[in-house]
Design a protein around this ligand. Structure first.
Ligand code: FAD
Ligand code: DLZ
Ligand code: SF4
Length: 509
């Protein structure tokens, strides 16, 4: 048996202080980084997502080498590349005199199942280290969830606020007296406001090579490389973090739910790809935000709104993902069966809100939360699209998408596929909400105020059709009592017309 320790570093483990590296001796360890076809093809990831991950991986390998680590980097076009994590671990064991393997747990069930098999498969001891880049360990989440009837994010979030001390006053009470300032975070944006822009990083030689490789190898994958804008090193990600903190965060709270035509980013941080692949640390980021509030630099609704997304939602969906198990991906509470319309892959639709959200997604591998939830997600929900198809689309097209975070957001929060584990009611809405929060409707061929007829906004009839179609499953949800009352008050003729219009529209998809 060999003498060396093999430490595989996966594409979303790009943190210099990763748990698998802690306390290890660089002189007797081989770090293995692998670009492998199986990871690029298990879904057809957006071209820019693959380019981001490969370029960040290649830069991270250099950063590790600069710290004295011995990195074995296998590029996608290496003729010896066996195309999968398992194939490459086997090859690394053959050529490096490996005694044992040490790895940080993977971010998804699919890869964890592989890792759990390594000890037997490679006949070497395998140590699996917890991923301590998250605030809550699996056990901590389980402990919180164990005695709860309902697993609402808000109560988990409060635990995380107490644990971190972020935005807590000296008496251990929440700053300002309230835990949550969401009701102050719903202003629509006006076009004359100065909208900050995220940095665009020029492609260096490594990124240029990756862009060429991806353009050549992944022609049949969705999305474009023309607007590749991502940071690919920790240093660049820190620059983007600084731009967000200095220029956008103060307004983040107010305009968190706003949407404007041809403004893909608004006051959002655009930091999720870096948080999820390890270039940025979530705790460090939230500590910076809390300090800005403590020093009077930003309002409480901005600080609280932002910190909630990270120590609340992000940690909570991860907890749900691991708690619910691999079958969560198959959940389909509303029994929705329709295939995903083609326009999710080409943005060719005359529904302006959808063409905006999907168009920027294909251009940038980015859309902000309300576009994901209330435009593309809401449409899929009320049109009755199969949640599994919706899940695969989200996993493909966003640069920040890994199953642990994407799946609960899509199948749970957005498609109500889990029947209410995450969301207390389906995030379904008519055109009215979109009109309130955006300027999309002003630029649309449909009329958001009309409910029926050729010019009527399709979201309107679809919304009522959704409620009617799912009445048996949803009627007892008290948060839907009001819309059901309105539906029943409408009278048979209007109901029939709405349902007929919805059906006629669905037939065109
Ligand atoms: P900001 O608005 O600036 O928010 C700050 C940070 O908070 C984000 O970077 C992110 O890390 C975190 N955050 C905010 N909301 C959530 C949330 N609901 N769950 C987890 N983290 C959150 N986020 C992903 O990181 N990966 C995904 O694959 C993903 N898929 C989604 C699918 C659907 C259907 C929906 C509705 C949401 C999804 N989200 C996902 C959550 C959210 O939309 C993105 O985190 C956010 O849009 C990223 O942009 P940002 O960095 O500018 O976010
Ligand atoms: C998403 C992704 C892609 C597209 N390619 C690779 C790759 O070639 N090599 C790699 O190590 N990781 C890649 N990843 C990220 C992995 O899929 C990610 O580590 C797992 O989803 C986490 O369990
Ligand atoms: Fe979207 Fe309807 Fe508004 Fe058009 S009118 S942008 S379809 S909500």
């Amino acid at each position: 048996m060999g003498k060396k320790l093999l430490i595989p570093i996966l594409g979303d483990q790009l943190s210099l202080d990763l748990s698998s590296l802690e306390g290890q001796d660089p002189s007797s360890a081989v770090l293995l980084m692998m670009e492998v076809a199986a990871e690029t093809e298990y879904v057809k990831h957006h071209k820019a997502k693959i380019a981001y991950i490969f370029s960040a991986m290649r830069h991270h390998a250099k950063a590790l080498e600069n710290k004295g680590w011995n990195v074995d980097y296998v590029a996608l076009d290496d003729p010896e590349n066996r195309g999968s994590f398992n194939g490459e671990i086997a090859r690394a064991c053959e050529r490096h005199d490996i005694a044992s393997i040490r790895v940080t747990e993977a971010g998804e069930w699919r890869v964890m199942a592989m890792i759990e098999n390594w000890q037997e498969q490679f006949e070497r001891p395998v140590t699996i280290c917890p991923d301590n880049r998250f605030l809550a360990s699996h056990r901590e989440f389980e402990r919180w969830a164990a005695d709860k009837k309902q697993l609402r994010m808000e109560f988990f979030y409060r635990e995380m606020r107490k644990k971190t001390g972020f935005l807590m006053d000296k008496q251990s009470k929440p700053a300002g007296g309230k835990w949550n300032y969401d009701s102050e975070n719903r202003k629509p944006a006006k076009r004359d406001l100065m909208v900050p822009r995220p940095l665009r990083f020029a492609a260096d030689k490594i990124t240029q090579e990756v862009l060429q490789l991806v353009a050549h190898k992944f022609q049949d994958h969705p999305g474009s490389l023309n607007n590749f804008h991502f940071a690919v090193t920790r240093d660049q990600a820190l620059q983007q973090r600084a731009v967000f903190l200095d220029h956008a965060l103060a307004e983040f709270g107010d305009y968190q739910d706003a949407m404007l035509t041809d403004e893909p980013f608004l006051w959002h941080s655009v930091l999720s790809p870096y948080l999820n692949s390890g270039l940025l640390d979530p705790h460090e980021l939230c500590a910076e935000v809390a300090a800005l509030y403590d020093n009077g630099k930003i309002p409480l609704n901005a600080a609280e709104g932002f910190i909630r997304q990270i120590i609340g939602w992000r940690e909570y969906v991860r907890g749900i993902y691991w708690r619910e198990g691999p079958n969560y991906a198959q959940q389909n509470f509303l029994d929705a069966k329709r295939p995903l319309p083609d326009f999710y892959y080409n943005a060719e639709t005359d529904l302006h809100c959808l063409s905006q959200a999907i168009g920027q997604t294909l251009d940038l591998a980015y859309a902000h939360h309300i576009q994901r939830l209330m435009i593309t997600g809401n449409f899929a929900l009320i049109a009755g699209i199969d949640p599994h198809a919706v899940h695969l689309w989200y996993l493909e097209v966003y640069a920040d998408a890994y199953e642990w975070v994407e799946l609960p957001n899509t199948v749970g929060m957005s498609q109500y596929g889990d029947g209410g584990i995450i969301a207390s009611k389906p995030y379904a809405s008519s055109g009215n909400y979109i009109n309130k929060m955006s300027d999309y409707c002003k630029n649309c061929r449909y009329d958001v105020k009309q409910r029926t007829g050729e010019k009527a906004c399709p979201f309107n009839a679809l919304y009522w059709d959704f409620l009617a179609r799912n009445e048996n499953k949803l009627k007892d949800n008290h948060r839907l009592a009001m819309p059901y009352r309105s539906w029943h008050k409408m009278g048979r003729e209007v109901q029939d017309q709405l349902r007929a219009d919805a059906q006629a529209f669905l037939d065109t998809l």
